[in-house]
Design a protein around this ligand. Structure first.
Ligand code: PHB
Length: 548
C-alpha cells in the first residue's frame, strides 16, 4: 500500500473537478485573466486538459474564451453567492454596515473567520486616495487584522497549532496574495488576550503601512461569533487611537443594531432551486462531445445547491436539488470537502468561506460596461451594425461601452460621448423607465431643440412617445439626432427591475427599414439585453455593480 499524506486526495475524489477548480483558482489569483499557455504553467496541467477544462467552464458561463485568453465571467459569482446567501450575513446586515460607513464617512467591512485567516463578506468602501481597500472574498492572515484576534479568542489548541505551523511555513504571508509581505511582528497571543478582555480590537498598520482599523464582534442570538465589523481609516486622517475614540461608540451601536437584526430576522426563505441541472449537463455533453467534462460541471453544480434556507444539506438534499445521482453528488462533496470548500458535520454539509476564492474578489469589482462588452460584441457581429450601452447622466445619455463595426458612420461615437437624452433611442427607453413624476420633471427642465428637421420637440408629443416606449419596451428613433441615422434601443434592468442603462443598435437608415428594425433586430437586441441583465443579476446580488 502506498502511504497517504493528509493532503492526498481520497480515492473517491473526482480528478476533473479538482482540475477545474485549479484553473478557477489560477485565474482568480491572476486578477481574472490568463492566456491558455499561462494557465498551463500556473496549474501544471497539460495543454489538452486546459483546453477541455476551459471549454467546459465557458459552456457553464463561468469563463469567457477570447482568442488565446481565458477570463472569469460574472456568472461564476453564483458560487460565492450560494455561500453568501447561505450565511445570510450580507443580506441581513449589509445595509447597517453601509449606514455606518455613511455616518462616519469611513470604509466599513464585514469579515468572517476562515481557518486561521479572515475573509471579507461585505465592503462599504469610501473611495479615497491613500487607501487600499480589500475586495469581497479577499483572505487576510488573522494576526495582521482587527477581526483576527476576536476570532482567535475562540481557537482550540489544534487551531493554534495550525496557525503556528502556517507562520513557520510561510514567514512572508505569500499564501495571502491580497496582502503585502509581512514586515513587522506583533505578538498575536497578547492581542488575542486584549481583544478577549475588551471586546474589540485594533489594527494599527499591521496589514499595510497607513491603514488603521477598529473592529467589533457580531454575535448570533446563541452567542456564537458570526462576523466582525471593522471601521477602516488611514493615518492621514486618524491614528489607531483617534480612530478608536472617534468610531468605537458608533461601531458598537451599529453592532448592537445588527445583533437585534439577527434576533428578529424572519426565518430564511429558500429561493428557487437550480432545476434540471443533470439534463442541462447532458445536453452540453451532446453538443460539445469530448470537450465537455461532465464530472467537472456536475461537481461545481453541487455548490449551487446551497443558498438561503439551504445552509446545511444532507447528501440526499444535495442530490435532489441538483438532480444528480446520489453517488455522483457524494463523490463531488467528498472532493469539495477535501479541497476545503465544504465541511461535513453529522451527515450535513455546509459551504465554507473558501468558496469565495472561486473568482469572487476580481469579479466583485466588475462594472456594467465590462459585463455588457462581450454581449455587445456578439450582437454587433450577428447584426453587422454597431451596438452600444449608455447610462442617463443629467439630461444626457453617456456611452459607457460600444462595439463598432467597420462600416463607416457619420457620427463618431466613442465611450464617454454624450447626446441629449430626448433625441436618442437609448435616452428614450431610460426616460420611459423613470417614475412618472421624475420623467415629467426632466422633460420640463430639458431644452428640447430640433437637432434635425425630424426631431420631436413638443413636450406633449414626447411625453406620449415615452408612454408608448414604456408600454412596448423599446424605442426606435429615426433621424432625430442626425439625418441618415436610425437606432433602436431597449432598457437594461437591475435585479430590482430598475432601468439602469440601455443598449442599442445604430445604423444608416438605408440599411434597414423601421419595420425590419423591429422585426429582425429587436428580438436579437432584447436577447442581448436579457443576457446582460442575467449577468448583472448574479454580479449585483451581494455587490454594487458600478454603472457609470
Ligand atoms: C478592510 O476592510 O479593508 C480591513 C479591515 C480590517 C483590517 C484591515 C483591513 O484589520
Amino acid at each position: 500500500m502506498p502511504s497517504t499524506s493528509p493532503t492526498d486526495p481520497p480515492p473517491e475524489a473526482v480528478a476533473p473537478l479538482m482540475r477545474g477548480i485549479a484553473v478557477l483558482r489560477a485565474l482568480t489569483d491572476a486578477a481574472g485573466t490568463l492566456s491558455l499557455s499561462e494557465l498551463e504553467r500556473a496549474t501544471g496541467l497539460a495543454r489538452a486538459t486546459v483546453d477541455r477544462v476551459t471549454a467546459t467552464l465557458a459552456r457553464m458561463g463561468y469563463v469567457r474564451l477570447d482568442g488565446r485568453d481565458a477570463a472569469l465571467a460574472p456568472r461564476l459569482m453564483e458560487l460565492g453567492n450560494a455561500y453568501l446567501a447561505a450565511i445570510r450575513l450580507p443580506g441581513l446586515l449589509g445595509a447597517r454596515a453601509d449606514a455606518l460607513a455613511d455616518e462616519l464617512d469611513e470604509s466599513v467591512s464585514m469579515a468572517v473567520a476562515d481557518r486561521d485567516g479572515i475573509r471579507f463578506v461585505h465592503q462599504a468602501t469610501r473611495r479615497r486616495a491613500m487607501s487600499l481597500s480589500f475586495r469581497i472574498g479577499d483572505l487576510l492572515p488573522a494576526e495582521r487584522t482587527g477581526p483576527g484576534p476576536l476570532f482567535a479568542a475562540d481557537w482550540t489548541e489544534t487551531e493554534w497549532a495550525r496557525w503556528h505551523e502556517r507562520r513557520a511555513a510561510d514567514p512572508e504571508d505569500r499564501g495571502f496574495p491580497a496582502v503585502p509581505p509581512r514586515t513587522r511582528e506583533v505578538p498575536f497571543e497578547a492581542r488575542v488576550e486584549e481583544a478577549r478582555e475588551r471586546g474589540w480590537a485594533l489594527d494599527d498598520q499591521l496589514i499595510e503601512p497607513g491603514l488603521v482599523a477598529v473592529t467589533a464582534p457580531v454575535r448570533a442570538p446563541d452567542g456564537r461569533l458570526v462576523c466582525a465589523v471593522s471601521v477602516v481609516s488611514h493615518t492621514s486622517r486618524h491614528s489607531a487611537s483617534s480612530l478608536r475614540e472617534a468610531a468605537l461608540p458608533r461601531l458598537r451601536a451599529a453592532v448592537a443594531a445588527m445583533e437585534r437584526e439577527l434576533r428578529e430576522a424572519a426565518p430564511p426563505r429558500p429561493g428557487p432551486r437550480s432545476a434540471a441541472l443533470a439534463a442541462w449537463t447532458g445536453a452540453s455533453k451532446q453538443e460539445l462531445g469530448r470537450d465537455f467534462i461532465e464530472s467537472l460541471a456536475r461537481g461545481l453544480t453541487v455548490l449551487t445547491a446551497f443558498g438561503e434556507g439551504r445552509d446545511a444539506l444532507t447528501l440526499s438534499a444535495v442530490a435532489e436539488a441538483t438532480g444528480l445521482a446520489r453517488a455522483t453528488a457524494r463523490r463531488a462533496l467528498i472532493t469539495l470537502e477535501h479541497l476545503g470548500y465544504v465541511t461535513a458535520h453529522e451527515r450535513t454539509f455546509r459551504l465554507t468561506p473558501r468558496v469565495l476564492d472561486l473568482g469572487y474578489p476580481p469579479l466583485s469589482r466588475t462594472t456594467l460596461s465590462a459585463i455588457a462588452a462581450p454581449h455587445l460584441a456578439a450582437l454587433a457581429t450577428r447584426v453587422h451594425d454597431s451596438a452600444s450601452l449608455a447610462v442617463l447622466d443629467g439630461d444626457d445619455i453617456r456611452y459607457t461601452a460600444r462595439v463598432a463595426t467597420s462600416r463607416i458612420m457619420s457620427v463618431n461615437i466613442t465611450v464617454g460621448t454624450r447626446f441629449p437624452a430626448y433625441a436618442t433611442s437609448m435616452g428614450r427607453v431610460m426616460l420611459a423607465g423613470l417614475e412618472p413624476g421624475e420623467r415629467a420633471e426632466r422633460l420640463a427642465r430639458s431644452e428640447l431643440r430640433a437637432l434635425t428637421p425630424y426631431t420631436v420637440t413638443g413636450p406633449a408629443e414626447l411625453a406620449a412617445m415615452l408612454d408608448s416606449v414604456a408600454r412596448s419596451g423599446y424605442a426606435l428613433v429615426d433621424e432625430e439626432l442626425e439625418e441618415g441615422l436610425r437606432s433602436i434601443a431597449v432598457p437594461v434592468r437591475d435585479r430590482a427591475g430598475t432601468v439602469v442603462a440601455a443598449v442599442n443598435v445604430a445604423m444608416h437608415s438605408v440599411r434597414r427599414t423601421a419595420e425590419e428594425c423591429v422585426g429582425d433586430l429587436l428580438p436579437r437586441l432584447r436577447a442581448a439585453a436579457d443576457r446582460i441583465e442575467a449577468d448583472l443579476a448574479v454580479a449585483g446580488r451581494f455587490t454594487r455593480v458600478a454603472t457609470g
